[in-house]
Ligand binder design. Structure first.
Ligand code: HSE
Length: 291
């Protein structure tokens, strides 16, 4: 038996829709894998009642099949499903890393990204690398059709998860089909600024780059209190605020000294619109770790 911890992730970061992602230091899923004649799955932990254990319907079943690695797989969920924190990606990433090791398949971390993304597709309907890449590789990742570029970055983050459920499928339905050239130009500017900020470990540049006038505004209506929470986080010192993944988590970048006040301000703002929430004071962390 082998145990893997795979972290929650935040994708998009505003300007990097379907491309940028970061591994979060916490929360995380813990996955145990053991060789077996056929794949069986057991799920416990946060939101486990909503996760199917049928290998045909569970994200890790597709990963086991892709790696031809049947196993008994125990998933202890630390990342709530439908949170915007890469919950299914964390399980898929952990299974890919664990089964690759258990069956000695010899894939590199980067090669495991599209394999884990197949698992992601089972639940989200589309294969996206932007969550599985950082969960497998850690750091800040830029996932494109040409592969994954990873930057080891050190940026304090606050993730505020409201007690609302937004499915990735629903959040993708509201994404506009077109954007204006001016929006393309400003998005390139923000994405370049954010990437530069990651290289320099600069929360101001990263925050400036966490901007988006195309996808995020279209999704904001799915999150009660989003605008109030964003304003409160900025007032408490956040350098940038956006929707994490497909939502409903709201993620902020800030200086370490402001982390606590930003977290409290976000939670209070959700509270004012009658929504309970919990806060993760976190930072960019490592990818999946085998124990
Ligand atoms: N980038 C995706 C989205 C998140 O925002 O819909 C899931 O990979």
């Amino acid at each position: 038996m082998l145990t893997v911890r795979a972290p929650a992730t935040s994708a998009n970061l505003g300007s990097g829709f379907d491309v940028f992602g970061v591994a979060l230091d916490r929360p995380a899923d813990i996955v145990r894998v053991e060789k077996a004649a056929k794949t069986t799955i057991e799920v416990t932990g946060v939101g486990s009642q909503y996760i199917p254990e049928d290998p045909e319907k569970n994200t890790v079943g597709a990963v086991a099949e892709a790696l031809e690695a049947p196993a008994h797989i125990e998933i202890d969920k630390g990342v709530r499903p439908a949170s915007g924190l890469g919950s299914s990606a964390a399980s898929a990433a952990a299974a890919a890393v664990g089964l690759n090791e258990l069956y000695d398949r010899g894939y590199s971390r980067e090669e495991l990204v599209p394999i884990a993304a197949k698992g992601e597709a089972v639940v989200s309907g589309d294969a996206h690398d932007d969550n599985v890449a950082p969960s497998i590789m850690g750091g800040f990742t830029i996932a494109t059709d040409e592969g994954v570029t990873k930057v080891d970055a050190d940026i304090p983050l606050v993730a505020c998860l409201p007690d609302i459920v937004v499915s990735t499928r629903d959040a993708r339905r509201v994404v506009p089909e077109t954007a204006r050239v001016e929006q393309l130009v400003e998005t390139v500017g923000w994405a370049a600024t954010l990437t530069s900020g990651m290289h320099r470990n600069d929360p101001e540049l990263v925050g400036t780059g966490m901007n988006d006038t195309v996808v995020t505004p279209a999704r904001a209506d799915l999150i009660d209190g989003y605008e109030q929470v964003k304003a409160a986080a900025h007032a408490a010192g956040a350098t940038g605020v956006t929707i994490s993944g497909a939502g409903p988590t709201v993620i902020a970048a800030c200086h370490e000294s402001d982390q606590r006040s930003v977290g409290t301000a976000m939670m209070d703002a959700f509270d004012e619109v009658g929504v309970q929430s919990r806060v993760y004071q976190t930072e960019i962390g490592d990818g999946a770790t085998i124990y």
